[in-house]
Write a protein that binds this ligand. Structure first.
Ligand SMILES: [Zn+2]
Ligand SMILES: [Zn+2]
Length: 248
């Protein structure tokens, strides 16, 4: 399996999948919530206003710029992998099935921590205007805003990659699953509609999980809710603010 995977899994496939994940997840959710069923879902819309066409074009163009930078980082990762400098392994049996699952969960938890603290960093006065203001131009984000970053923020966002490449054995499929989950949670955070019930959001598990309304609140009030997947760090650092209940 390892040799076959090495042939199939190329830098071009990796780059294509970066773009496909964004356009498929953001495109489908935009079509369902903003075009096809917008009236049906009106009651779970977080902010009343409908983003303009220019707003959406800006989100897409900055996201494409970010994905190109991610492709360049992917190219460097492939170069180092082929040169034998990474801990990437190709046969799942080289580790164990348990380790494979553990590595995906570890990547999510590591990324959640990395994201929270770099996000706090780019909100510092002086740095915010230079790096993060572009993302916050979307005060009422749509799914297209998922990667709408200034190029410097795009560079910071791939800074977590060396941890996965050099510090822990990672299988390419585990990396693929992690990146797919990351894109999905990013699209969800910028959806503009709250798809989870208030019952789930208040439940023992749900209260730790970031939702669309949590991240939407960050786009409205920049002092709270810096997390990506979970609210652990926001709760520990007193930066968590519960979104008000949606109108019914
Ligand atoms: Zn955002
Ligand atoms: Zn922010």
């Amino acid at each position: 399996m390892g040799e076959e995977l090495e042939k199939i899994y190329t830098w071009k496939i990796d780059s294509l999948s970066l773009f496909l994940r964004y356009f498929v997840f953001a495109g489908i959710s935009y079509f369902i919530f903003y075009v096809w069923k917008s009236k049906t879902f009106q009651k779970i819309k977080i902010q009343e206003a409908v983003p303009s066409k220019n707003h959406i074009v800006r989100e897409i163009l900055f996201s494409i710029s970010t994905l190109l930078i991610h492709c360049a980082a992917g190219w460097m990762a492939f170069y180092m992998w082929k040169a034998g400098h990474t801990k990437i392994y190709l046969n799942i049996s080289d580790q164990s099935g348990f380790y494979f699952i553990f590595s995906v969960l570890a990547m999510i938890l590591i990324h959640d921590t990395y994201f929270y603290w770099t996000h706090r960093f780019i909100h510092l006065p002086g740095i915010y205007n230079l790096i993060h203001k572009v993302h916050h131009r979307s005060t009422n984000p749509t799914p297209w805003a998922s990667f709408s970053f200034h190029p410097l923020e795009a560079l910071i966002s791939v800074g977590v990659l060396p941890i996965y490449l050099f510090c822990m054995p990672v299988h390419p499929i585990a990396l693929f699953l992690f990146l797919t989950g990351m894109t999905l949670i990013n699209v969800l955070g910028h959806l503009g509609y709250e798809i989870f019930s208030s019952g789930f959001r208040k439940s023992e598990y749900g209260k730790w999980h970031n939702t669309s309304s949590n991240h939407n609140l960050h786009h409205q009030n920049q002092q709270y809710n810096f997390g990506l997947y979970f609210s652990f760090w926001d709760r520990i650092m007193n930066t968590y603010l519960a979104p008000q209940e949606l109108k019914k």
